[in-house]
Design a protein around this ligand. Structure first.
Ligand SMILES: C[S@@+](CC[C@H](N)C(=O)[O-])C[C@H]1O[C@@H](n2cnc3c(N)ncnc32)[C@H](O)[C@@H]1O
Length: 428
């Protein structure tokens, strides 16, 4: 840890003449992050804090992306909080020396005292200035959950240029506002904190011509798009929905004030579908995704595919409509779609495919659709990046029809499918 600190500080002090590259700075950051996770005592904490300060300083002196600059500041703040926690657990000098003379403690507040004659050093002796120590203490008094939420919040405000700097003062002020109840609740309840994306009450229900009261199972709630955007889309990204259908994706984007809360940012959405329909029809370009991908370099693709075998003839009677295909043809078509997406996307960008599995209670057929999708996308040049789950809410309304279906499923020993999987792949 000490050597690394010296290497970074040499750069910082200009002793190393060649300015570091972006890749080198990212490496310093990764090393410092891993050192921070291993901090055992105040000496380690001071060492890591010095390294993070030096790296942050470096990011100000070279041409580097804003994101990496923010990463460096965030890491320096995190290291200050860890240092603050250790400072707060330090015994007073009097108490510490009493413990030492009793021989009752050789470890306190993360201190490790090796020699019997040792006395606890003061912060000044450790090279920590009073104002720095106070800043660290302030951070350490913020509860971990609040600290994480506020840090995300303030960083996003800086990334979206709503705030100038990410700093301890900004964080501490935001915490104060929150405690005074002046701050709005941090995040919308529509955004799920875990991979369980279930919505008992649906705000963004179906918007196409179908009767939204009676048929909701084959239709994802718009909340899924909101969560996809929240977790996978950055400001100004180019987002493509190549199976936009009736344009729910656009409706959810237009209502982003409601679920982004005070974190609102813009991005560009382009919509396509084999069968454009509904109120957003004019904004959706007719396109067959099996033939090609309609736009170059999308940062994010999101597609709610026709659920294999469940919606035949629902959108059209076209043979190129995925909903109307046999399993064999559907697999060939989906393989082409995966390749088309991969050809259009750059390394590191994301592609989300939303689908449940398929079970036919009447004839006993079970198709693990999401496993097929995963293998097709992996063969096309993606890796699975993330996965979330959402209920299709088929059991929500207990109608006589549902009761009959439930009994049939139990009698035939074939479960109904309730879960939709939201599979997100990263282009490698
Ligand atoms: C489950 S729906 C998507 C509904 C969408 N979430 C909405 O807001 O309406 C699947 C869509 O895939 C479209 N589709 C089927 N085959 C296609 C193909 N070959 N190319 C592009 N879109 C296709 C259908 O027209 C349908 O709109």
């Amino acid at each position: 840890m000490e050597n690394k600190k010296i290497a970074v500080e040499e750069l910082h002090l200009g002793l190393v003449k060649t300015p570091p590259t972006e890749a080198e700075i990212v490496k310093y950051l990764m090393d410092a992050k891993s050192d921070l996770a291993k901090v055992k005592n105040i000496y380690d904490a001071i060492c890591v804090n010095n390294a993070t300060k030096a790296i942050e300083e470096l990011t100000k002196q070279v041409e580097i992306s804003r994101e990496i600059r923010l990463d460096a500041t965030e890491l320096r703040i995190r290291s200050e909080r860890v240092l603050g926690l250790l400072i707060e657990s330090m015994p007073s000098k009097k108490k510490a020396n009493r413990q030492l003379s009793n021989g009752s403690a050789d470890r306190s507040g993360g201190f490790i005292i090796d020699s019997p004659e040792a006395t606890f050093p003061t912060l000044k002796e450790l090279g920590v200035r009073k104002d720095e120590a106070n800043r660290c203490r302030k951070l350490s008094r913020v509860q971990e959950e609040t600290f994480e939420a506020i840090l995300t919040d303030v960083r996003l405000e800086v990334a979206t240029r709503k705030r100038k700097t990410l700093s301890v003062t900004a964080l501490v002020n935001a915490v104060r506002q929150l405690e005074k109840g002046k701050s709005e609740s941090l995040f919308s309840p529509l955004i799920k904190p875990s991979d369980n994306w279930n919505f008992a009450q649906v705000k963004y229900g179906r918007i196409d011509e179908q009767d939204s009261e009676t048929e909701t199972w084959g239709y994802i709630p718009g909340e899924l798009y909101a969560n996809c955007f929240w977790y996978y889309v950055k400001p100004n990204d180019l987002v493509v929905a190549p199976m936009a259908g009736s344009g729910q994706v656009c409706r959810v984007y237009e209502a982003r004030q409601e679920w982004m809360g005070k974190h609102v940012y813009d991005f560009d959405i382009k919509m396509f579908d084999l069968n454009p329909r509904g109120q957003y029809k004019d904004l959706i370009t007719q396109h067959d995704l099996i033939k090609s991908f309609p736009v170059a370099n999308p940062d994010y693709i999101v597609m709610d595919i026709p659920y294999y075998g469940m919606v035949a003839q629902q959108y059209s009677n076209k043979s190129e409509d995925l909903a109307n295909m046999s399993l064999e043809d559907w697999q060939i078509a989906m393989a082409r779609i995966a390749k088309n997406c991969a050809t259009a996307q750059k390394t590191g960008t994301l592609c989300t495919v939303i689908s449940p599995n398929y079970r036919d209670v009447a004839n006993g057929l079970i198709v693990m659709v999401t496993d097929i999708i995963r293998s097709l996308w992996e063969s096309a040049g993606y890796i699975l990046h993330d996965k979330a789950y959402s209920s299709r809410r088929i059991q929500q309304n207990q109608s006589p029809h549902m009761a009959r279906m439930n009994n049939k499923a139990k009698a035939n020993r074939i479960m109904l499918t309730d879960i939709t999987e939201i599979l997100t792949f990263r282009r490698v």
